[in-house]
Design a protein around this ligand. Structure first.
Ligand code: IDC
Length: 544
């Protein structure tokens, strides 16, 4: 072979190698591209499906969240059509986070909302707990209800409560017990059960629950109640000179703290009225002035929505609103802060009277938008079947109603189980709103370390907490007083700078009432006029 021949061969060989390199390069790029696309939310979705508590799955979920973020970042550099795909997939993902939660049609006047809770292994089965709440948003009582859930094939009932359960073939049928046959207008019925399957995927086959009334599938549409709101903005006359309000002005929320107009940490402390309909005589300027004299800077106006004379039941709405207006005026003139409290209680889920709540807060926020001392408490104590998901949904509707008028006021949101489950809110707080706080309520003789632990968890996670109601006695509002437990509570509240209002400014014959039952004075109380809890309140408000 001559030199020329060798060089020709070399050129051919080099060319072949070059072509091969290019092909390999393209292939590697393609595979890598495919690998990256595995981070896309589409795949993420599949991971979330196994919404488990095992370590492995927790990891998957976390990874998931990360991936969600990555996916969003990637989106920016991608062609438009792909971006659209990803947005859709992300939406899918977030609804998939609620996997296990099933509703029948929420546009119905009466519907079932089914949520799944914990699950665990037992004797080769996986057991999952479900909660099904029938919400009757209509104005009529519902009788003879029945729920059917399909896709239960291969499943077994492990436990159930508040209903009669029959599992036959593919279908689980739930009918009423004698005590919950009637679902009152605006009421709810709360049912629970545990299902078990051999494998986890089977849970995914469960259908949405279907509600039947008197043997017929329920189809009545929910018609939103349009409530006329007549409100004019009011202008505060004056705030007492030298008052707390004059010094601290409009408050806002920063981290876990309330801060004043200068950005300094601030703390509200005061009392809550009893139900405005029951003890209206304590809504007077001198009464509030007496609390101010003890060192208080806050009055909470508690307006029951369902109990006797309640705003949404048989109450005189104009009279109740007049009491609120008087209360706001007196507090303002005295330079105190004032909470307008939508005091749900036996109407355990704020969604029951949501239309009225929207109209009410629309009116309040139009009226008091120029009052920098007004705070809105959008639901006192969700309880019974009301989950944090329900409360959150409600808050996401009500807060914008207030914000439309009052851009900055502090808004207090109740938490499930009579304002004990603050940890639930901390797991999934509201997003996109400023100046929102979450409430904890305690009755020192009943609620102790277990609730304080929840408060600590929430505080550690950075959740701003407000104690809009507490007393030293039992949860009934009566019974034993536990000073030691109250001290334990206040050690925590003091160290976290948590604001509070003590229940209740009235002379009812119950331990939580701050005035002695035989004292008829509605202001200017001397020590002998105050109950045991009243004396404690005076001392506490006087502390620096
Ligand atoms: C109680 C009152 C009592 C009244 C009752 C009505 O103290 O006089 O008859 O309500 O149901 C709460 C509630 C608050 C309760 C209080 C004491 O927010 O309305 O007031 N409490 O039971 N949560 C925990 C305790």
């Amino acid at each position: 072979m001559n030199n020329k021949g060798i060089s020709k061969l070399t050129i051919v060989c080099i060319s072949i190698i070059a072509v091969l390199l290019v092909v390999v390069g393209i292939l590697v790029g393609y595979i890598a591209g495919n690998k990256n696309s595995q981070k896309s939310p589409e795949n993420t979705t599949t991971q979330v499906v196994s919404n488990d508590t095992t370590e492995e799955v927790t990891e998957a979920t976390e990874q998931d969240n990360d991936t969600g973020e990555i996916a969003e970042e990637e989106t920016e550099d991608e062609p438009e059509d792909k971006t659209e795909d990803k947005t859709e997939a992300t939406t899918e993902k977030s609804s998939d986070d609620k996997k296990g939660d099933k509703d029948n049609d929420k546009n119905l006047a009466c519907y079932v909302k089914m949520t799944s809770g914990d699950h665990w292994e037992n004797g080769g089965f996986i057991v999952k707990q479900y909660n099904a709440v029938i919400h009757n948003k209509s104005k009529e009582d519902i009788n003879g209800w029945e729920i059917k859930i399909n896709g239960v094939k291969g499943g077994k009932l492990e436990g159930s409560w508040n209903g009669k359960f029959k599992l036959s073939g593919d279908t689980l049928t739930i009918t009423a017990e004698s005590y919950n046959e009637t679902i009152n207008a605006k009421g709810m019925v709360d049912i629970g059960f545990q299902l078990k399957f051999k494998d986890e995927d089977s849970f995914d086959n469960l259908s949405d629950p279907v509600l039947y009334v008197n043997g017929e599938e329920y189809t009545q549409e929910y018609v939103k109640e349009e409530i006329e709101v007549n409100a004019e903005p009011k202008t505060p006359e004056s705030y007492a000179s030298g008052s707390e309000f004059e010094k601290h002005g409009r408050l806002s929320v920063k981290g876990t703290d309330i801060v004043d107009k200068n950005g300094e940490k601030y703390r509200l402390k005061g009392v809550s009225t009893h139900g405005l309909a029951w003890f209206p005589e304590y809504v007077n300027k001198k009464s509030f002035e007496t609390i101010k004299g003890y060192g208080g800077n806050l009055i909470r106006l508690a307006m029951y929505t369902a109990e006797g004379g309640g705003y949404c039941t048989d109450g005189d709405q104009d009279k109740l609103k007049k009491l609120i207006d008087d209360g706001v005026t007196y507090a303002t003139e005295l330079g105190m802060y004032v909470i307008v409290d939508w005091h749900i209680l036996s109407d355990s889920n704020p969604q029951m009277n949501q239309d009225e709540a929207e109209a009410f807060f629309k009116e309040m926020s139009i009226k008091y938008k120029d009052y920098d001392n007004v705070i809105y408490e959008i639901c006192n104590e969700p309880n019974s079947g009301a989950s944090w998901a329900d409360v959150k949904e409600y808050a996401e509707d009500i807060i914008p109603v207030i914000r439309e008028n009052d851009k900055e006021a502090i808004i207090l949101v109740g938490t499930p189980t009579w304002c004990q489950d603050i940890d639930e809110a901390a797991k999934d707080p509201l997003t996109g709103f400023d100046n929102v706080m979450y409430t904890v309520h305690f009755y020192a003789a009943t609620h102790k370390d277990n609730i304080r632990d929840k408060l600590k968890t929430a505080h550690d996670k950075g959740l701003p907490v407000f104690i809009s109601e507490f007393s030293l006695c039992e949860a009934s509002g009566n019974g034993e007083i536990d000073y030691d437990s109250a001290d334990d509570w206040f050690d925590m509240l003091d160290s976290y700078n948590i604001s509070y209002a003590q229940w209740n400014l009235a002379n009812k014959d119950e331990a939580s009432s701050l005035i002695n039952p035989d004292c008829k004075k509605t202001d200017g109380w001397k020590d002998e006029d105050l109950s045991e809890t009243g004396k404690w309140m005076k001392k506490k408000l006087g502390e620096k």
